[in-house]
Write a protein that binds this ligand. Structure first.
Ligand SMILES: [Zn+2]
Length: 148
């Protein structure tokens, strides 16, 4: 959602509520550059999932990024990439069933943890210790490169 005043691509959601007919979500956003507030209407169902980070900024859900993060936590553990794929399929199915259009990064992180715990203790602890609130996949990757 680009800012209508300055065109900046990132905004944070300051308020979010269903429209009267329930078919869309009305969001108040604040531009992270110029601070202008604007309203968007987003139809349910045809929007990608949005991840809301702990600082209030948001980004589109990226399956590839999540996959990479989980795969890194599972490095050198007896977990196949098929298992990681089905873990992510499972999370996406749950989100679809809940009809969620956005999720807090921390909640998504917890969904991963709940599933990793059943698969492998080491991968669970790695993901939990470095990726607590699903903030920054690059930092996470760098921190794990230090592990061996
Ligand atoms: Zn702006």
């Amino acid at each position: 959602m680009r800012c209508p005043s300055c065109g900046y691509a990132e905004s944070k959601v300051v308020d979010s509520r269903p429209s009267e007919d329930g078919a869309s979500i009305r969001r108040r956003r604040e531009c992270l550059d110029c601070g202008r507030r604007f309203t968007t209407y987003e139809r349910l169902g045809d929007n990608p999932l949005v991840i809301v980070k702990s600082d209030g900024s948001s980004e589109a859900y990226n399956r590839e990024k999540l996959f990479r993060g989980v795969l890194i936590a599972c490095a050198k553990r007896p977990i196949s990439s098929e298992q990681v794929t089905s873990l992510i399929d499972d999370i996406e199915a749950e989100l679809r069933n809940d009809m969620k259009n956005e999720i807090k990064s921390k909640d998504l992180g917890n969904m991963v943890l709940a599933r990793l715990r059943k698969l492998d203790d080491v991968a669970y602890v790695r993901f939990a210790s470095v990726y607590k609130d699903f903030q920054n996949i690059e930092e996470f990757a760098t921190a794990l490169e230090g592990l061996d």
